[in-house]
Write a protein that binds this ligand. Sequence first.
Ligand SMILES: Cc1cc2nc3c(=O)[nH]c(=O)nc-3n(C[C@H](O)[C@H](O)[C@H](O)COP(=O)(O)OP(=O)(O)OC[C@H]3O[C@@H](n4cnc5c(N)ncnc54)[C@H](O)[C@@H]3O)c2cc1C
Length: 304
Amino acid sequence: MRGFVVRIVLAITRWRWVRWLFTKTRVGRRVALRFVAGESLDDAVAAAHRLGEAGVPVSLDHLGEHVTDLTSAEAARDDYLACLDRIAAEGLDANISVKLTQLGMGLDDDLCVRSLDALARRAHESGLTVTIDMEDSAHTAATLDIYELAQKAHGNLGVALQAYLRRTPEDLARVAPLAGHIRLCKGAYDEPAEIAFLSRKEVDAAFDDLCAALMAQPDAKPAIATHDDARIAVAIELAEPRDQPWEIQMLYGIRKSLQRALVADGHPLRVYVPYGDAWYPYLTRRMAERPANLWFFLRAVLGR
Ligand SMILES: Cc1cc2nc3c(=O)[nH]c(=O)nc-3n(C[C@H](O)[C@H](O)[C@H](O)COP(=O)(O)OP(=O)(O)OC[C@H]3O[C@@H](n4cnc5c(N)ncnc54)[C@H](O)[C@@H]3O)c2cc1C
């Protein structure tokens, strides 16, 4: 059922007029930007300061994916280098999250590897870290190969794993000993039943099993990325006997009162803060996770 709904919503967001409504009308952009800190690095830094003052570290994501030319891939790398410099200059409690297709993976893998190296080196100079987002399943294997290479060379990276993929227990066993931070999320793409669990029940069960396996790894730094109360409760219980660091991660603008409550209760929380003008694909995934968002936005845009 979950897979069916995700597919329908993603199909609707690909309609030209829906995209136009969100990206070209003022009200569409205003409503859509509820999930995005803004279009500039200044906006992201301002959000990071606000969250920092509330005791919440962030991960900054300069939005973009699937670049189609090398100039854009190099520009994405340079934007992230500027972001790292700004984090260091402003003393923010922050790291960065990157998508490898934004750095040119699939177009020129060598460029992607060199760019990730440059980011890891620059981050290392200021004691910062770099997390690699996980994209659709066509990129899982290549993402993990590039992560492994970079993590062995630099030691300050992490990667996201998706509980809905049937392969993930093996991937976790492979990457956990590399001592990076491992972000466990449910998975946000439209994947077929042969490789992914589609029902909410199966995804939740896989998530809890992976969470237990991750928390039991002494070397990995678990980042449990979810807004799901039940998953968070399981993670908190599993983390109880752990001496090593771990954290809960949530997305900017989603379940803000829960975010505040977790911090007030003393739980470690990091908020993922996306920014930049290429926000539409990110927004479509947020709508697919909660179709009510789509109707809410369409009604606001149409003034009803
Ligand atoms: C920090 C972070 C990083 C992520 N990185 C990746 C990644 O690299 N690759 C990837 O595939 N996915 C990533 N995701 C997305 C993730 O895979 C899920 O699609 C997303 O988190 C929704 O699942 P959930 O665990 O919150 O549970 P759900 O069961 O979907 O949601 C639980 C509750 O949270 C609220 N909620 C969830 N989503 C929304 C929303 N969009 N709008 C409003 N309310 C909502 C609702 O109240 C819902 O009932 C990331 C998520 C987080 C939090």
